[in-house]
Design a protein around this ligand. Structure first.
Ligand code: MG
Ligand code: ZN
Length: 388
């Protein structure tokens, strides 16, 4: 009896302490602290509650893979803090970590990091869609095409840049932008939206890849409005000569590009594979620019929201969010409840740390745990129900 009373007392004290803490937070104890001098978003955004995936099937008809280039866990938390604690990131229940080491470097670049995810092989830094011996390796985009699915790539960089390139091209070096552009014509990709017009139209070899794309049935759009007005089946939207600008200047691009791609790809009854990249999270971190970083994170999170809203309605779509590596050795040193983020960086380059993986939909449970980045490819192949 005495023991029971002590236990009860401990329990009451414990609960009391917990409720005081919870109360403090709710009453804005932290908000009442002196506001933290940091960076905040110009506009916070609404986040729709996505209902939990309750379906029974383990195979997915569609996969939407969203890659935040250079996006580590602290970058995600900066995004959460900046939107005052509410983001699409927090709606995922299946969360894991990917280890990003490449074949020849403990700290990867986006080419080897992208190829690990797209094709399941560890390759050397700088290599695009080839293994460490330089041999071309089949990507998830190509496998999806072979199986009759539609495919798409969206990026806030040039579409020939390392991350999107690693899904569609096979080149020894990420710098071979013109050669990477030519590889787009060797596939049956349905939609691509990003920058990089010059690698198709103003090439060193003088070839006119734009008319080649037109011959293959693509509508070419050199601006976002034309891309958004498109109603057909094959779209090549090269809306900047080289790279799109940073979030403060380019404005709304990633969200409508994601929506338009889903609209085009979803016409295929056999399903689709779409990769969407928040390319400039990496560049903001290279620049140690917290202000751009939270802007790019908000932009990327809203694109995740579009993918999740589609997946919730569709019921046959697996949404995966991850990164190729971490950039900046970033920390959220402080912040407050009003969306202020005080960031600090330990590097101007990439770091070796593992990066988060978030998954929603059929097969999402498979993405839990800590594993090599190459596993992401095999997990996607498995989720599609393809033979390895
Ligand atoms: Mg990239
Ligand atoms: Zn980088």
């Amino acid at each position: 009896m005495k023991i029971f009373r002590i236990q009860l007392m401990i329990a009451v004290l414990f609960l009391g302490a917990f409720s005081i803490q919870a109360q403090d937070f709710k009453d804005g104890k932290y908000a009442k602290e002196k506001a933290v001098e940091g960076y905040s978003l110009d506009h916070s955004y609404d986040v729709k509650k996505i209902s939990e995936y309750k379906g029974k099937q383990t195979h997915a008809k569609n996969i939407i893979l969203l890659i935040g280039d250079g996006m580590g866990s602290s970058h995600v938390f900066a995004g959460i803090t900046a939107n005052k604690g509410n983001t699409y990131f927090q709606q995922f229940l299946n969360i894991g970590y990917s280890k990003t080491q490449s074949a020849n470097k403990y700290t990867t670049d986006s080419a080897a990091g992208g190829t690990a995810i797209s094709a399941g092989v560890k390759t050397n830094n700088g290599s695009i869609g080839v293994d460490a011996e330089g041999k071309a390796v089949k990507t998830i985009l190509e496998i999806a095409e072979e199986n009759g699915k539609s495919t798409g790539l969206v990026a806030t960089s040039s579409i020939t840049h390392a991350t999107p390139a690693s899904f569609i091209a096979h080149q020894a070096s990420r710098k071979m932008y013109d050669e990477i552009a030519e590889d787009f014509l060797k596939t049956d990709i349905e939609v691509f939206i990003g920058g990089g017009m010059m690698n198709f139209s103003k090439r060193k070899d003088g070839k006119d890849l734009i008319s080649e794309l037109e011959k293959k049935g693509y509508k070419i759009a050199d601006n976002l409005k034309d891309a958004m007005d498109f109603k057909g089946d094959k779209l090549a939207a090269l809306i900047y000569d080289k790279h799109p600008e940073g979030i403060d200047k380019r404005g709304e691009m990633l969200v409508p590009a994601t929506d338009k791609s889903i609209e085009i790809l979803n016409k295929n009854k056999k399903g689709f594979f779409l990769m969407v990249e928040g390319s400039q999270i990496d560049w903001a971190a290279h620049g140690n620019n917290t202000e751009q970083l939270i802007g790019e994170l908000a932009d990327f999170d809203r694109a995740i929201g579009e993918a999740l809203k589609f997946a919730e309605k569709d019921g046959n779509t697996l949404v995966i969010v991850t990164a190729d590596h971490e950039t900046g050795g970033f920390a959220v040193k402080n912040g407050d409840n009003n969306g202020s983020v005080k960031g600090e960086f330990t590097s101007k380059g990439h770091t070796a740390t593992m990066v988060p993986v978030f998954a929603y939909g059929p097969g999402a449970e498979d993405f839990r745990g800590i594993y090599e980045n190459t596993e992401l490819f095999y997990k996607m192949v498995e989720a599609f129900g393809f033979k390895k």
